[in-house]
Design a protein around this ligand. Structure first.
Ligand SMILES: Cc1cc2nc3c(=O)[nH]c(=O)nc-3n(C[C@H](O)[C@H](O)[C@H](O)COP(=O)(O)O)c2cc1C
Length: 334
């Protein structure tokens, strides 16, 4: 297979096929409003939801709606965390009833509150418990089941865990090749990903450091993986998966500046609709990305971060845009 064919090809997870570029989970960032924006550009790409503990899903706890997605966001891979077999069956039944395409178990989260309860990357240090959890999911799920791991918890054991994940019947594996102790810093260990890819027969997805087609191509050369989970690279760039697909086919694709600002506005409206007035504050973490490269960006950023009303933010963005285009309230597919 030559390279163009590889990039045009797809990743097969269970019985389902998807483009190789996949929207990754970023808690609080790639949320339901954002995933809906991605759909304007990428109607068929797989998108992971953010991690939700099975106990939250089973008991409707957590302060936010645990099943926080809409059917328009599909195909989605609904991600959960678990620290025991408790709640798994009830959570799976609820998730299945809500309608998802597949389910992912998070075995990679490094956050202290998550590992403190024995879930996320802590499971990499407890293979016996992990095995019980994997088998419980597999037995309950009639849809594809995937697992996202790290290089290891305190020490690297990704090869053993990848084998366990495959033996327990998972349909694909995503690996973020850093230890829990590294969190999100340091060079991802792509040599380890290449070893994992050689060791297992299920599809392998790499997560970490892929921010555009150029980095995807470099990582592919080093690893031979089947798919790419785009995390921070998609932040405030809902067109990113589409851009990467276009570049992979040698086509030129540059997002026009006015599209970027229009999407900032569209994102703001989506956040306000979804979260109510609190959406304005949640939107602030996206703002700096949208206005990168705008004339006098630092001056604009200063005004935007202190703006106390959504009207003020709207007006500032519109003034940066220069005019009020007709499409501002309802962009068509770009
Ligand atoms: C703010 C933030 C939130 C994240 N939330 C999740 C999450 O909910 N589930 C998960 O599996 N990984 C999560 N991750 C990890 C990313 O999915 C990804 O594995 C990691 O950032 C490396 O990929 P990247 O370099 O493409 O960002 C998060 C990372 C960040 C920075």
């Amino acid at each position: 297979m030559n390279n163009l064919e590889y990039w045009r090809g797809s990743i097969t997870i269970g019985s389902l096929k998807f483009p190789r570029f996949i929207g990754g989970p970023l808690d609080g960032i790639t949320d339901s409003p954002f995933r809906k924006l991605v759909r304007d550009f990428s109607p068929t790409e797989l998108l992971y939801t953010e991690m939700r503990h099975v106990a939250w899903v089973a008991n409707d706890k957590g302060g936010v709606k645990a099943l926080d997605f809409e059917q328009i966001e599909r195909p989605i891979n609904y991600q959960v965390a678990a620290n025991s077999i408790d709640f798994i069956e009830k959570a799976c039944d609820k998730i299945l009833a809500a309608g998802v395409d597949m389910l992912d178990l998070n075995v990679g989260c490094p956050a202290r509150n998550v590992i403190g309860s024995g879930s996320g990357s802590a499971l990499m240090a407890d293979p016996e418990r992990l095995e019980r959890i994997l088998k419980t999911f597999r037995a309950r799920l009639p849809i594809p089941f995937t697992v996202k791991i790290r290089a290891g918890f305190k020490t690297c054991n990704a090869l053993d865990i990848a084998q366990l994940v495959q033996d327990c019947g998972a349909d694909a594996l995503a690996i973020h090749p850093r230890l829990q102790t590294q969190h999100f810093e340091g060079r991802p260990d792509y040599a380890l990903v290449a070893q994992v890819k050689k060791a297992v027969s299920i599809p392998v997805i790499v997560s970490g450091g892929v921010v555009n087609f150029k980095t995807a191509a470099l990582v592919y050369d080093q690893t031979g993986v089947d798919g790419f989970l785009i995390g921070r690279g998609i932040w405030a760039q809902p067109w990113k998966l589409h851009e990467m697909a276009e570049h992979s086919q040698g086509r030129v694709y540059v997002v026009p500046r006015d599209t970027v600002l229009l999407y900032a506005l569209k994102h703001l409206e989506a956040m306000l609709t979804y979260y109510g007035p609190k959406g304005l504050y949640a939107f602030r973490k996206h703002l700096p990305f949208y206005i990168r490269g705008v004339q006098d960006a630092s001056h604009l950023r200063k005004k935007l971060v202190v703006a106390e009303s959504s009207d003020e933010v709207r007006q500032l963005l519109l003034s940066a845009l220069g005019s009020v285009p007709d499409e501002a309230s309802g962009l068509s597919r770009a």
